[in-house]
Design a protein around this ligand. Structure first.
Ligand SMILES: [Zn+2]
Ligand SMILES: [Zn+2]
Length: 341
């Protein structure tokens, strides 16, 4: 078998094993299992592309439906019999950190569920049966059994030990399992998903040295009481509610938020002179200018209240925050919104 060197490097990084070890593992795995594994207590199978050639095996497992999770590179003759009967779902994504798989979960879950309910068996495959297909199978278990992502992935792993979804897919599975009900209604309503998309967009734009396109802004009017809010010290206008706060201690790996460790590297939370935020709706005119950095003025009294920098900025506590939208603590007051009840 051959593997593109870049893919191999990627695998090494992802699994922490050497290229030789990875190849050997995959090879022995294929020999033993013909490349296809059944996930325990389901009619769901997972594999790499190789398994599609084993028609004897597909027949023995009564595979009626196929989900292909890969971009291009799909041999049409291999999936012909499924595609022509409307029993093939093709999700075109690469195994990259910037791919959005979560937006396909509902379609794949519906497809798999319908097939299984109808007495069929489903094969989910990608190129190697390691990252993309494992993510789709995990999402199905989360959906079907209402279990946390971690447990669902463990179940898939027990059936196929070589699975290793990339970090972005793991994050997406986590968001999905923690917000399952909302995800089934409308993914876009999930704040954690919006934050994920925003960070991804900033990261991609930053690499291209461009200002990001922001599709979602946080509210600046409290709907419920009891939220923390930040107000302009001069005019009292509300500038941010707690759902837009960014904890730069939690969001800045690899530095841990343990105070002992922070002290050891000369960082102290008490030194923070900034609040960091996700975009809030009043910032829109400024953030849409397309600049890499700039100042933020209060929309009511025009007092300078903060600044932003897509490449990031260093907080006075010593942590580098990327992206950085910050309000100066000296320019704002913190309070708790009154209950509307
Ligand atoms: Zn700080
Ligand atoms: Zn003001």
């Amino acid at each position: 078998m051959t593997l593109h060197p870049a893919n191999l490097k990627h695998l090494e990084l992802k699994t922490g094993a050497s290229a030789g070890d990875v190849l050997e593992k995959i090879r022995s795995f294929r020999e033993k299992n013909g490349g296809m594994d059944r996930i325990a207590d389901t009619q769901l199978y997972i594999s790499g592309m190789f398994a599609l050639r084993r028609t004897d095996q597909l027949e023995a497992a009564n595979i009626t439906h196929v989900v292909s999770v890969l971009r291009g590179r799909l041999d049409k003759t291999l999936i012909e019999q499924f595609a022509s009967a409307g029993r093939h779902l093709h999700i075109e994504v690469d195994d990259d950190d910037d791919e959005n798989l979560i937006e396909h979960f509902q379609a794949s879950n519906d497809f798999i569920d319908k097939a299984i309910q109808g007495g069929g068996s489903v094969l989910v495959h990608c190129a190697m049966g390691i990252s993309r297909s494992a993510t789709i199978c995990t999402a199905y278990l989360i959906y079907k059994r209402q279990i946390p992502a971690e447990i669902a992935m463990e179940i898939v792993k027990q059936s196929r030990p070589i699975i290793c979804p990339n970090l972005a897919f793991r994050k997406q599975l986590e968001i999905y399992s923690e917000n399952l009900e909302q995800a089934m209604r409308n993914l876009d309503d999930i704040p954690a998903y919006q934050r994920y998309l925003y960070r991804k967009e900033v990261e991609m734009s930053r690499l291209a040295n461009k200002a990001p396109t922001i599709n979602h802004y946080g509210e600046d009017e409290a709907k419920e009481g009891g939220e923390m809010e930040l107000k302009c010290r001069k005019c009292r206008r509300t500038l941010a509610l707690s759902h837009s706060f960014v904890d730069h201690y939690a969001a800045s790996p690899p530095v841990t938020s343990s105070s002992r460790l922070l002290a050891a590297v000369g960082m102290n939370k008490n030194n923070c002179q900034h609040h960091f935020l996700d975009p809030v709706v009043w910032m829109k005119p400024e953030l849409e200018k397309g600049e890499m950095e700039g100042k933020l003025e209060c929309p009511k009294c025009s007092a300078k209240v903060g600044s932003y920098a897509w490449h990031g900025m260093k907080c006075s506590c010593g942590i580098w925050v990327t992206p950085a939208i910050s309000l100066a603590k000296s320019k704002i007051d913190e309070s708790r919104t009154r209950s509307t009840l």
